[in-house]
Design a binder for this molecule. Structure first.
Ligand code: IPE
Ligand code: IPE
Ligand code: MG
Length: 257
């Protein structure tokens, strides 16, 4: 069910308020070109900058991207440190433009275990763009859906919330993305058909779109394909379909005939 305030695309379809993307396939993109994996990550940043613009142009209010997972520390040290440096370089290269384009940057994830340089770069970007409201770009960094649930539980307990007062709304309030509506559309590039621990709580009713397109090849046209797939779905949220006839045949016969 879409509210009256939902922006509409030129085809009069409702624009998803929140799109979440698992930006996967950078390594394979590089490998196919006989390049080191780091080149794939670098190309992935360029892709992200284009997709942020495309999302804003289409009226998407919240774009959340998986940049580094809680599990990505398992990668070779050289790749991890390359990703950390790339984040800093990418922010310094693109921040001014993102800021002037009305993008508000936010970050979710465990920043206590990243280096102070990385943490500061992320927090500075958030601070510099906090006044913007065209599109909220959330960078999930050292993020995992399970981490998010654990940190929410820890803070609920620390705040002394009585057990019988813990509701779904309480948990949502303590989740890292409590400022955003739940994702309507969850896209994963790179051909894998799994969630890989991204936004587990928040994606309960997200429409899932998986594409073989590798992240560095993803662009506005690919986003439009995902939107077209989204518009084919009927979102029921556990209800019956809108065109469903009344279930007359299953009515209980109480007349004794
Ligand atoms: C996603 O691309 C980027 C990160 C996880 C940081 P990958 O690096 O996972 O690319 P593939 O899956 O190996 O191709
Ligand atoms: C998910 O991709 C994490 C990010 C895109 C940041 P991975 O490449 O790490 O996922 P798996 O290992 O294939 O599940
Ligand atoms: Mg991958």
């Amino acid at each position: 069910m879409f509210s009256a305030a939902t922006p509409r695309a030129s085809n009069d379809q409702p624009v998803p308020r929140h799109v979440a993307i698992v930006m996967d396939g950078n390594g394979r993109w590089a490998k196919r070109r006989f390049m080191p994996r780091g080149m794939g990550h670098k190309a992935g940043v360029d892709s992200l900058v284009k997709v942020v613009q495309a999302a804003a142009d289409r009226g998407i209010g919240y774009l959340t991207v998986f940049a580094f997972s809680s599990e990505n520390w398992k990668r070779p040290e050289e790749e991890v440190s390359g990703l950390m440096s790339l984040l800093i370089v990418a922010l310094s290269k693109h921040l001014t433009k993102l800021e002037s384009d009305g993008v508000q940057i936010r970050v979710v994830g465990d920043l206590t275990t990243v280096s102070s340089k990385v943490r500061q770069a992320l927090l500075d970007a958030c601070e510099a763009t906090a006044h913007n409201d065209r599109l909220v770009l959330t960078v999930a960094f050292n993020y995992g859906g399970r981490w998010d649930m654990v940190q929410a539980c820890q803070r609920i307990v620390a705040d002394g919330v009585p057990a019988d007062q813990v509701t779904e709304a309480t948990v949502s309030r303590y989740m890292a993305m409590n400022y955003a509506p739940d994702p309507d559309l969850f896209i994963r590039t790179g051909g894998e058909v799994r969630l890989s621990n991204f936004l587990l709580w928040q994606s309960a009713y997200a429409e899932l779109v998986f594409t073989d397109c590798l992240w560095p090849d993803f662009d506005g046209a690919e986003l439009d394909k995902a939107l077209a797939a989204y518009w084919q779905r009927e979102r029921r949220f556990g209800d019956v379909g809108q065109d469903e006839p009344p279930e007359a045949g299953l009515a209980v016969n109480t007349s004794g005939n």
